[in-house]
Design a protein around this ligand. Structure first.
Ligand code: GTP
Length: 881
């Protein structure tokens, strides 16, 4: 439809209404309405520069001033256009800066998240220090902070010394207490910093624990995962903020009293009779007027079903009607609460409010306010998507009670309200009307009143020339520009007056455009800016803290590595040396014990016959019993010697174990403190074991021991004869001794008869004497005899060596156990040290990377922070008003 309303260049609308003649006379461009031709026809240097700026600016294109030089024809309007253009340019540049910053912050957050995964970030917390906390006022939540707050906080005095609480537990376990004592506190975080986190603040609400205590009690991994969650939701929020600032749409709610001329005002802005106007209240539903381009270029009405969320692509949510049917839908509103009206814009991009190149504005014509609708409209106005509220008030009626209530409510939400005082043509005493209305505005919204020249406009919407309706279009045909309302102005003196009214309206349009942009800047850019400042502040704090932590960790592990290297070398050396020494000691000890045992047992066995045993000789008839007792005594004597040797071995083992223990304590650690050795458990064998091994039967010959007898003969000369006789006779009797034989031979030489008479009784006497003597010598000779027999048998079973080996062998077994432990301990300690070194090297690498990362993050977040702080949405470019 729209093309037919455009001139040759397809820019300015060619108004064909017959009543446009008076308007055309006001401007030089024939066939074009005069409100289009503003400026003096020559482009100023400043305008040219601005034009080139706008051409470059992507969001605005080069179309804002149109192609015609005539656009600058009129001084006043040229200035307004220029001002509007600057405003849009300013808006775009602010938006671009924030958009770039969002992208950069997203990069930073992704980086932070990755780093947090490999190097769990430290969350600054403070040890509860009552005094400090009471000294320092808690800042409020940063979301609601102003720029001044942020700057003031960042310039606060350096923080007092505080502990980094979070990792202290883990650190304490991971390092020696000495190191912990000597190491400087790695982190200084002030309560302010800890509490100033806004976006990345961890919501820790568990029991009565204080936040800092809770952070302190949580392990590092938990904090890191909580932080990860915060970062990820922050990333999501930033993405939605980016979408929001990139979204060019803006919604302007037009509300006001019943019949104040809201629909007429909307139509005037559109330069088309789109919405139904009537003397009687007619608009009963919210009508949102949108550019038809948003509906594939088709002009139609989508009447949204009650309690349905509108979705253009889902026809079940609405009914489609032609524009002509709008009046019926608006008036008969049983079925619908709102409708979307898609219209083609008849105005050029630099004039259009709907589609001005920077912002795609949707106008929402609300039902007139009354006691029923005021509340609904106030709620509607409060919606986040409503950027601007335009309040239309009748110049004749001023503000009604409903109007006042609405403005009060809306002023609480939106500090500024754009006020259109409509039907000004009705007013005869215009000055008085202005004064009265402005006084009322002052009472209702002081901030709006302060900027009244921009925000309060006195216009007559019905005088604005309308493009003719398309064939079959909404009733009403040509606009009020046809003079339908202009003639009502008591002071109207014709065309000049109307052109003044058109100019007033154009001034309103420019102001509204700026207002929309400004409000849009606030409603769309301000949240992004505030959020960016908050998150950058948090990231900067977090990065500063973590850079210090990482750096201090790096310094610590570097120092630890320095100390570890010589420890590892010493440990390896100790392992081989100690091992050698222990093996040597064991061998020495065992050899000593073997030799000692051997010597002792040999001596005991050899001299067993010489030992006096406390066993009384019971006489001849108890000789065998005596012999058995003696054997037992000799064996017991030898067993005692074995016991002594075992005691000696025990003592040596105790010494050996202690020596190993000392080495263990020295080289391995306290676990050797628990090495308890029980010597009494050694050599637990049965006492009669030896007796069972040795089987020495007693023989008759054992009682006559000639070596003992000979020894006794030399010793006791008085008994020589008897001994000799005994020696000669008794063995002979036993058929054993040769010298006895010689003696008998000698008797033959002397003569048989005499001798026979002499010798036989002598022999009997001697035999008796000798027997008596031998029997008497049994206590002296038997031990020797038995001892030698036992000795011989012990030698046969290699008793001495066996015992020496047994004893030294068990000592070796006993000593080997702690020695093996020591060896394993030494191995472990070398392995542990190597492992510790590997871990420390790893930590060193990680902390070095973390330190570099966070240092960079500190710088980058600061740069971004400065950049975002430079986006001053409160001070739009000067010379605008
Ligand atoms: N003289 C004069 N009449 C106007 C002006 N603006 C609107 N009117 C007339 O006032 C009547 C009501 O206008 P509407 O635009 O329907 O008013 P409204 O506020 O939309 O009405 P509701 O939506 O029903 O509350 C119409 O007949 C318009 O022609 C104006 O500036 N001057």
């Amino acid at each position: 439809m729209s093309q037919e309303y455009f001139n040759d260049k397809g820019k300015a609308p060619a108004i064909r209404d017959s009543d446009d003649a008076d308007l055309e006379s006001a401007g030089p461009a024939g066939g074009r309405p005069n409100y289009m031709t503003v400026g003096n026809g020559t482009t100023s240097e400043h305008a040219a520069r601005l034009q080139s700026m706008l051409d470059i600016d992507s969001g605005y294109g080069g179309s804002i001033m149109g192609d015609e030089p005539g656009v600058w024809d009129m001084q006043g309007h040229g200035h307004q256009r220029q001002s509007g253009a600057i405003h849009q340019l300013w808006y775009n540049s602010q938006r671009a800066t924030l958009g770039r910053s969002i992208n950069k912050v997203l990069d930073l957050l992704h980086g932070l998240r990755e780093m947090n995964a490999v190097w769990p970030a430290h969350y600054p917390s403070v040890q509860r220090a009552e005094k400090m906390e009471s000294d320092v006022p808690r800042p409020g939540i940063l979301h609601s902070s102003t720029m001044e707050d942020i700057t003031a906080r960042s310039s606060q005095a350096p923080p007092p010394m505080l502990r980094r609480a979070m990792t202290s537990l883990e650190d304490a376990s991971a390092e020696s207490s000495q190191a912990a004592e000597t190491r400087p506190e790695p982190r200084l975080v002030s309560p302010q910093i800890a509490q100033e986190f806004s976006v990345l603040k961890l919501d820790l609400k568990l029991g009565a624990l204080h936040q800092a205590e809770l952070v302190h009690s949580l392990e590092k991994g938990s904090i890191a995962s909580l932080l990860d969650g915060k970062i990820s939701s922050s990333i999501k929020h930033l993405v939605s903020l980016r979408e929001r600032i990139e979204d060019k749409s803006s919604k302007v709610l037009i509300t006001g009293d019943l019949n104040a001329g809201k629909s007429t005002f909307c139509n005037a802005l559109l330069r088309r009779k789109v919405l139904p106007e009537d003397q009687q209240p007619c608009t009963a539903i919210f009508c949102e007027v949108l550019d038809a381009r948003e509906n594939a270029g088709i002009e139609e009405v989508h009447a949204v079903h009650k309690e349905m969320i509108y979705n253009r692509n889902d026809e079940s949510t609405y009914d489609a009607y032609s524009l002509q049917e709008l009046e019926r839908i608006v008036i008969d509103n049983e079925k619908y609460v709102q409708c979307k009206v898609y219209v083609k814009d008849v105005r050029t991009i630099d004039e259009s409010l709907l589609n001005n190149g920077v912002v795609d504005i949707a106008l929402i014509d609300a039902p007139g306010l009354n006691s029923d609708t005021t509340k609904t409209t106030a709620i509607f106005a409060r919606q986040e998507e409503i950027d601007v509220v335009v309040f239309v008030v009748s110049a004749a009626n001023h503000f009604t009670q409903s109007a006042k209530e609405f403005i009060w409510a809306a002023a609480a939400e939106k500090a500024y309200i754009f006020i259109v005082v409509n039907g000004y043509d009705f007013i005869r005493d215009k000055e008085r009307c202005q004064k009265m209305i402005l006084d009322q505005v002052a009472g209702l919204s002081p901030r709006t009143h302060k900027e009244a020249s921009e925000l309060v406009h006195f216009v007559s919407s019905n005088v604005i020339p309308m493009a003719p309706s398309p064939p079959g279009g909404p009733s009403g045909g040509g606009g009020s520009g046809s003079g339908s309302g202009g003639g009502d102005d008591p002071g109207d003196d014709g065309k000049g007056k109307d052109s003044d009214k058109v100019r007033d309206f154009e001034k309103l349009e420019q102001s509204l455009r700026r207002f929309v942009l400004e409000k849009r800047a606030r409603s769309k850019l301000a949240p992004a800016r505030t959020y960016l400042l908050n998150i950058l502040n948090d990231v900067n704090t977090l990065a500063t803290v973590n850079h210090e932590v990482a750096q201090s960790e790096y310094d610590r592990v570097t120092q630890e590595l320095k100390e570890l290297e010589p420890q590892i070398l010493a440990s390896k050396k100790a392992r081989s040396e100690v091992d050698e020494q222990v093996v040597h000691n064991i061998e020495e000890t065992c050899k000593d014990i073997y030799d000692h045992t051997r010597g002792q047992l040999n001596a005991a066995i050899t001299y067993a016959g010489n030992t006096k045993y406390d066993i009384p000789y019971p006489g001849l008839f108890g000789a065998f019993g005596y012999a058995d007792d003696l054997k037992d005594a000799i064996l017991s004597h030898i067993a005692d010697a074995v016991n002594d040797c075992e005691d000696y071995a025990r003592a040596s083992t105790v010494k050996g174990v202690n020596a190993i223990k000392q080495l263990g304590l020295l080289h391995v650690g306290d676990e050797f403190q628990n090495l308890h050795f029980r010597p009494d458990v050694m050599f637990r064998r049965k006492k009669d074991a030896l007796a069972r091994q040795v089987d020495v039967p007693t023989e008759f010959a054992d009682f006559v021991d000639f070596s003992t007898l000979m020894h006794s003969q030399e010793k006791f000369a008085g008994t020589g004869m008897a001994l000799t006789i005994a020696g000669a006779v008794v063995p002979r009797m036993l058929g054993m001794n040769s010298w006895v034989d010689h003696a008998i031979t000698a008797t033959r030489i002397i003569g048989n008869e005499n001798l026979r008479k002499l010798i036989l009784p002598g022999i009997v006497v001697a035999a008796i004497a000798a027997s008596a003597y031998v029997l008497q010598q049994i206590p002296n000779s038997l031990p020797h005899r038995l001892a030698r027999k036992i000795e011989a048998q012990l030698a046969e079973i290699d008793y001495v060596h066996t015992n020496a080996s047994r004893i030294s062998g068990s000592v070796r077994t006993v000593l080997r156990m702690p020695a093996d432990n020591l060896r394993v301990g030494l191995d472990h300690s070398v392995k542990d040290l190597n492992k510790k070194r590997d871990e420390t090297v790893k930590v060193k690498g990680e902390s070095e990377r973390a330190s570099k990362f966070f240092r960079k993050l500190v710088g980058e977040s600061q740069v971004q922070k400065n950049m975002v702080e430079g986006v001053d949405l409160d001070t739009p470019p000067q010379n605008l008003h």
